[in-house]
Design a protein around this ligand. Sequence first.
Ligand code: PBG
Length: 329
Amino acid sequence: MRFPVTRLRRLRYNGVLRAMVTETKLSVDDFVMPLFVCSGTKVNNPISSMPGNSQLSVDLLVEECKNIVAAGVKSVLLFGIPPHKDEDGSVACEHNGIVQQAIRAIKQEPLTRGLFVIADVCNCEYTVHGHCGTIVDGDVENDLTLVTLARQSVSLAEAGADMIAPSDMMDGRVGVIREQLDANGFYKIPIMAYSAKYASGFYGPFREAAESAPKFGNRATYQMNPANTDEAMREVELDIAEGADIVMVKPALSYLDVIHRVKSEFGMPVAAYNVSGEFSMVKAAEANGWIDGPRVMMEILTSIKRAGADIIITYHAVEAAKILNARSY
Ligand code: PBG
């Protein structure tokens, strides 16, 4: 049936009906809020390129987690800024490492212990050179790096992390981490693998936030070429075979096609990382009065879910949760 019998606007005239036929609905259950933890006490270093986000010492991080819980967000992803760095990222494996301390503090505080704490696993925040692994002959050595990644993962699980999220892009890391977690009794701890992680300019603000910019070269020998999607499918397939429980696409916005393809080809739980640069662009345009920030934020998050993401890691998490909580469609 065609016009005038069929009129698609009939379902758009009434707000209640529009809400009833809404295909994609965001929920606070979808969100993960990334946080940056640094040493000291009462430290709050605002990250200039990411308005509203700061490096926080453990005490203030726990306070921030209370706000996150109050907004209804149920999960956080932790990144550490350690007091000192080394050649191979061993500082990230210390019992009293900065993220280990943060996890214990969150789990000790009655108001925040229910938060689902995801620990990012990577070496770039912990190495003096800023690369994601151990350097041999001027490049990251894959198999040596697997050793520190597995140690870091076990240490974070011991501290109480609820899920481990390797973001380094070394070959074989999911399998090695799974094996070491299991060997240490952590068979219940899932792995969310940054499977299709692209070498992206959108990470710029994060590298200021996490003090993790590489001191030489770039990450093109381990992160993916933004032009490739078949290769992303191979990465995802291998990570699933090695034991990944959730697969991630990162960044999100320029890679919605990849999110869609991963979801439709594998039918796995898919996470998407709405990264720092994607966040900062919205904030910058909003500050200039060029866009309606909250509206664009909700549109972006909806598009990521519509593409096929089950989990959205986003610096907008708390702000978006407040809008969802207040929304009366
Ligand atoms: C590093 C890591 C990065 C991000 C998460 N983990 C940056 C990088 O690869 O340089 C980026 C997150 C963001 O931009 O928000 N292991």
